[in-house]
Design a protein around this ligand. Structure first.
Ligand SMILES: [Zn+2]
Length: 309
């Protein structure tokens, strides 16, 4: 089925409750715009939609969207869902692969999410700071972190409005009680845009590769109510432990074993209380700011309370 036909069917479905509307007429309108006037498909869609809105005396909000569902970023919790988002482009990043046209961060009042726009999709460029209605994007998940992909069926409409971007920063205060496997000196796949952590020298996607060393900690921090999973990247790990990547490599080389690094880090940080602040990605908090505490803040309160009783 051609894209035009698909768009025509979507529009037809959107208006079928409101108008006596013939699918062939809708498609004809698209064909005229796209084939004769060479209008890009998403502009054609806007134009055709506006025509029927006028005819029906409706506002855009009155019609169903057909197909995918309008969601908030914080509600994205499942991969491979077709959704609609209204979001602001917070940042654009440098794509690391030719197959990607644009990559960056979207935000709405409930949080932020990474997006990838495929080069093949032939969609218009998103501008940093622009607010867009994005219909038919697909959710994806990698290591508990969600993202959305813009594909050839995605419809992009720039909106002339400002939206507030929510703050999805978390702050945790608690004891670092556990380090998960995959902490310490690790190797990542060097393949462009991959960076998966190698298991026994193998990338789950690219097989056996010459990995690149990296430092990280996947920690569990208990705030007395919940256990939170916190990731410390290389910089955060170096700052937290005082062990640099180079020193970690030397330690591993001396011992002929990379696990000595995790052991050393564990001895340094396990049982220590921290205040950690950073953005939330799926179930992980990325440690941006870390402060070591003397002990549980509550203990002192309890002590004061106990004395006053
Ligand atoms: Zn790989």
């Amino acid at each position: 089925m051609s894209d035009v036909r698909q768009h025509a069917e979507d529009v037809h479905e959107q208006f079928s409750d409101h108008l006596e509307i013939d699918l062939e007429d809708v498609e004809e309108r698209f064909r005229t715009l796209v084939d004769e006037y060479k209008v890009p498909i998403d502009e054609a869609r806007r134009s055709v939609t506006n025509h029927y809105l006028d005819e029906a005396g409706l506002e855009r909000e009155d019609i169903s969207r057909g197909g995918s569902e309008e969601v908030r970023i914080e509600d994205v919790d499942e991969p491979e869902q077709w959704i609609d988002l209204t979001a602001k482009v917070i940042e654009l990043w440098e794509p690391r692969s030719d197959s990607v046209a644009q990559v960056g961060l979207l935000g709405d009042p409930t949080g932020t999410i990474k997006f990838t726009k495929w080069a093949k999709s032939d969609l218009p460029s998103l501008e940093e700071g622009g607010v867009y209605d994005l219909r038919n994007v697909v959710t994806d998940e990698y290591q508990g972190r969600y993202s959305v992909k813009l594909n050839s069926t995605t419809v992009i409409e720039e909106l002339d409005e400002e939206i507030e971007v929510g703050d999805d920063t978390s702050e945790i205060e608690g004891a670092l009680i556990d380090m998960q496997s995959g902490s310490g000196l690790i190797k990542r796949c060097p393949t462009e845009d991959c960076t998966r952590v190698l298991q026994n020298g193998r990338c789950s996607e690219h097989g056996e590769v010459e990995g690149e060393f990296d430092l990280r900690i996947k920690a569990v921090v208990d705030d007395g109510i919940d256990a939170h999973e916190v990731i410390f990247d290389k910089d955060a790990t170096e700052e937290l432990t005082g062990i640099s990547l180079e020193e970690a490599k030397d330690m591993a080389m001396d011992a002929l074993d990379t696990t000595v690094v995790a052991d050393e880090i564990g001895a340094e940080i396990l049982g220590t209380y921290y205040r950690i602040e950073g953005p939330t990605f799926g179930r992980y908090v990325l440690a941006d700011e870390v402060e070591e505490l003397d002990g549980p803040a509550d203990a002192e309160d309890l002590l004061i309370k106990a004395r006053s009783m």
